[in-house]
Design a protein around this ligand. Structure first.
Ligand code: MTE
Ligand code: MO
Length: 384
């Protein structure tokens, strides 16, 4: 593969793999702002970053089980109503490194920052699909299509040099409230090459793997996409399954993200000077479920206190009744505590459906190391 045309990247990113390029910001940089700057947004790739030179000639082909296929030029996409959706994108492999410490897993290692919160600008997929006669809220199209497949222009070895692809159910794609976008902007700027220039899919509330970058084709298909990343990856297996007994067909492709949180004010090895410290981090759930609560402990989980949560800068606390939250976006949390010596700080979140995070990573260990949503623990030592 040819990695000679990679875009420039911020030097402070932690590089987890060079080719393909996989990198995340430091914990501190991640929670420095509610909206993650493009430079500090994690980058997760399976091949070289494609070069799309001529925007005039670029278009997304929309076909498959439709009566009349269309070409979606940038002009066509820009003429549709434009939506700005603030959504957190999180890789299913976030926090994989910690999972692999209990038992080895296969996959790129990530600390806790394989996610970011951006405002994505673009056309709604539900509007786009009306251009080929598929009405809003359809579960099946007139020609029997039930899924919408997104095919990229990049090339990855897992697809034997073919493009990255994924699909979502037609029902979700045609639901305007699901906010699935064909995004051409990120944080008000033209989408950059790392994040899918010129057009990517954003599927809010769902693992990052379904938000296909560098979109080339959309196909309406009968069954879900048969690509590698749907069928042979990004599935959640129980701890009993290993590489000798795995049967990929027994599980569905992972879609919604479960409830997650992480402490970002400290690295695992930090030595803290004063007694009073601020613990901060992020919490987010999938499927549009908001965060109901974040609990903090400084004694390894024996006693707990509730953290403050906020979205949008630092003024609008969610505890406020008429606060309307960004339902696809993370909340940042904060708690000021008196840290005992040799504290074990723990954070766990509860979402609006009262889903909780599992206490121990061992109970959710899986061979691909995905969805490590166990309580996040950080050990810190007080300076003498
Ligand atoms: N789309 C294409 N075409 N190629 C990819 O490698 N990676 C996926 C998804 N879309 C990928 C892709 C995965 S696994 C994730 S987590 C997100 O993109 C990462 O998006 P980001 O790099 O913009 O953060
Ligand atoms: Mo991912």
């Amino acid at each position: 593969s040819d990695y000679s045309q990679e875009p420039p990247r911020h030097p402070s990113l932690r590089i987890n793999a060079k080719e393909p390029f996989n990198a995340e910001p430091t914990r501190g940089a991640l929670v420095a702002s509610y909206i993650t700057p493009v430079d500090f947004f994690y980058k997760r790739n399976h091949g070289p970053i494609p070069v799309v030179e001529d925007l005039e000639r670029y278009s997304v082909s929309l076909g498959g089980l439709v009566e009349k296929p269309v070409e979606l030029s940038m002009d066509v996409l820009r003429k549709l109503p434009k939506y700005n959706v603030t959504a957190t994108l999180q890789c299913a492999g976030n926090r994989r490194t910690a999972m692999s410490k209990t038992r080895t897993v296969k996959g790129v290692g990530w600390d806790v920052a394989a996610l970011g919160n951006a405002t994505w600008g673009g056309a709604k997929l539900s509007d786009v699909l009306e251009l080929v006669g598929i009405p809003k809220l359809s579960s099946i199209s007139s020609l029997g299509g039930k899924h919408v497949e997104f095919i990229s222009v990049d090339k990855c070895k897992e697809e034997n040099g073919g493009p990255y692809k994924a699909s979502i159910p037609l029902r979700q794609a045609t639901n305007p409230d699901a906010d699935v976008l064909l995004a051409y902007e990120m944080n008000g700027e033209v989408l950059n090459r790392d994040h899918g220039y010129p057009v990517r899919v954003i599927v809010p509330g769902v693992i990052g793997a379904r938000s296909v970058k560098w979109l080339d084709r959309i196909d309406i298909i009968k069954e879900e996409c048969q690509g590698f990343f749907m069928q042979k990856d990004y599935k959640m297996f129980p701890p009993s399954v290993n590489w000798d007994n795995i049967d990929w067909s027994t599980r569905k492709p992972q879609m919604d993200f479960p409830v997650q949180c992480a402490i970002c004010s400290f690295e695992d090895v930090d030595v803290i000077n004063s007694g009073k410290v601020t613990i901060s981090g992020y919490a987010v759930s999938g499927g549009g479920r908001g965060i109901e609560r974040v609990d903090i402990s400084v004694d390894g989980g024996k006693t707990w206190m509730e953290a403050e949560r906020y979205q949008m800068g630092n003024v609008q606390y969610i505890a406020d009744d008429d606060f309307s939250s960004d339902k696809w976006a993370w909340v940042l949390f904060k708690a000021v505590v008196d840290l005992p010596d040799n504290a074990e700080i723990v954070a766990k979140a509860t979402d609006s459906a009262a889903n909780v995070q599992p206490e121990n990573v061992e109970t959710i260990w899986n061979l691909r190391g995905i969805l490590n949503t166990s309580w996040h623990r950080v050990r810190v030592r007080k300076a003498a």
